[in-house]
Design a protein around this ligand. Structure first.
Ligand code: NAD
Ligand code: DAU
Length: 339
């Protein structure tokens, strides 16, 4: 099988590339990534040594480039991770979110139709369901929960989901959609809560907690997200949406306190700052459908996953220090200078 992984130089896409190379060594992986600020080719350095892996630098919204790529390779499956993914950036400047997340999805689906891929998988998010109130711990997002978005990011992801469903109904494109909760683990870009707090705590810098730190996220170790997508593209039913998450809810304050405790740093580093506009209160996934249909369950509990993640950031300081210094953006030029 030949799989196109878009956005594979980012956090989850890269973890998915490694998951596939390890668990399905017979499959070929082509990664296309525009290498935006969030794309880091250093992350794929090990994959580059594998003859089953190939990297192509291109923008998913570039129709000519995508058509050329699909014509040159015969993809069986397309897994679309490529996106602008940071809510705070979408509040600062929504435009690129619409271009990449919506128009990019459309271009990929047009190519998937033209070149007759057997599965187009859209990596979506639980944020398309909006949020749940803090005082109703009995409520969870199911696949039937209405779409109800809060930020330009979540609106762009929801728009893409609607287009994916339209392409299935109208053009019979064989699609699946997954909607996952917050991921954490290796290669997480240090603008997101967990890696940002680890990096800042290690430098004894203040930790900016939005509002009172009461908002709740349902944390999933990234490898569990990869195993769920792997099951969906191989055994999931065409046209279906699958929620992915694992009942690992924590308030942001609990997450930050855990990181400080694990690193032996004082809570006086916590700095409560102005809240994110439109800040979603609580996300919580009901994973009953993927569990019962595909037998998926998350392997890693938050208390273990956060320890593993902190250890990874301690063991791989150069990876995130290159990001903080900007050095990672020179890597493409170095790697491809003579190619
Ligand atoms: P990320 O920001 O770490 O990585 C995104 C990658 O996409 C980067 O490598 C970037 O260079 C690439 N990219 C951006 N625009 C592109 C374009 N126009 N063409 C080609 N490549 C482009 O994101 P992530 O956290 O790894 O998220 C991956 C996907 O999973 C996204 O679709 C996101 O919406 C979804 N998701 C993320 C989470 C999470 O907790 N991080 C949870 C659920 C769903
Ligand atoms: O739920 C899935 C989503 O999870 C994905 O679709 C997004 O791509 C991903 O970025 C993530 O969105 P969040 O907004 O939940 O993640 P973020 O790490 O930005 O923030 C997590 C929580 O921490 C959120 O309630 C805001 C808060 N926060 C975040 C930052 C960066 C802070 O309190 N301080 C911070 O500095």
């Amino acid at each position: 099988m030949k799989i196109l992984v878009t956005g594979g130089a980012g956090f989850i896409g890269a973890n998915f590339v490694y998951f596939q190379l390890q668990n399905h060594p017979e499959d070929q992986i082509v990664c296309v990534d525009a290498l935006t600020y969030a794309g880091n080719l250093e992350t794929l350095a090990e994959a580059m040594k594998n003859p089953q892996f190939k990297f192509v630098k291109a923008d998913i919204a570039d129709r000519a480039a995508m058509d050329e790529l699909f014509a040159a390779e015969t993809f069986d499956v397309v897994v679309n991770f490529a996106a602008e993914s940071h809510v705070d950036r979408s509040i600062e400047n929504p435009e690129i979110f619409l271009k990449t997340n919506i128009m990019g999805t459309q271009v990929l689906m047009d190519c998937s139709r033209k070149y007759q891929v057997s599965r187009y998988h859209q990596v979506s998010t639980d944020e398309v369901y909006g949020d749940l109130p803090l005082d109703r711990p009995d409520l969870f997002f199911t696949e039937e929960t209405p779409i109800h978005t809060s930020s330009p990011y979540s609106a762009s992801k929801a728009s893409a989901d609607l287009l994916v469903q339209a392409y299935h109904r109208t053009f019979k494109l064989p699609v699946t959609i997954s909607r996952c909760s917050n991921n954490y683990g290796p290669y997480h870009f240090p603008e997101k809560l967990i890696p940002l707090m680890i990096a800042r705590a290690l430098a004894d810098q203040s930790l900016p907690v939005y509002g009172k730190g009461e908002n709740v996220r349902d944390w999933l170790y990234v490898e569990d997200h990869c195993s769920a997508i792997d099951l969906i593209i191989r055994k999931g039913r065409v046209g279906e949406v699958y929620n992915i998450g694992g009942h690992n809810e924590r308030t942001n304050l609990e997450v930050v306190q855990t990181i400080l405790r694990e690193l032996g740093k004082p809570e006086s580093l916590i700095n409560y700052v102005t809240d994110r506009p439109g800040h979603d209160q609580r996300y919580a996934i009901d994973p009953a459908k993927i569990s019962s249909e595909l037998g998926w369950t998350p392997a890693t509990k938050f208390d273990d996953g956060i320890k593993k993640t902190i250890q990874w950031y301690l063991d791989n300081r150069s990876w995130w220090e290159h990001i903080l210094s900007g050095d990672y953006q020179n890597y493409y030029a170095q790697m491809y200078a003579n190619r």
